[in-house]
Ligand binder design. Sequence first.
Ligand code: FE
Length: 184
Amino acid sequence: MNPLDELATLFEGEGSAEYLGEAVTQAGHMLQAGALAEAAGAPAPLIAAALLHDVGHFQGAVTGRDLMEGHQDNRHSHTGADWLGQWFGPEVTEPVRLHVAAKRYLCTVEPGYFALLSEASVHTLRMQGGPMPAEQARAFEALPGAADAVAVRRWDERAKDPDMPTPGFGHFRPLLASLLVQRA
Ligand code: FE
């Protein structure tokens, strides 16, 4: 299947399911994150990363392997990034991979950040390992894509508004098409 059709199917099918105790669906949440990135004037790969950051939450094709890797919640970022790597380059996949780490990082380096988290997000933070130890936070900052992951994480947190007018997946198709990389 064409990658964009495959992604569209996820957004329209499984994505319309409830999102872990939040007021928006998974697809609505991701579309809002993409729209917030776009409104902020982010470059195309970062808009794509925001839009696709939670694909690892979807069942079926994406998370089959995740289940075998254990129950650590932060696997969804790695699973999603690896899966997206069949079509997109690291400027899209690495912010996705690091967006859970970015949440743990922000809880450590920004005193007010924890208070911004939704109830469900506080709960998952515990399973994700809690705030990062200071030394780990310094190592995180040095990773390629860390700053972009922090940006994605900030949009992620805001993208839970049931009243926000949100574009459909089709709005992002041309942008995604421009980022597809050819894999042998
Ligand atoms: Fe998210």
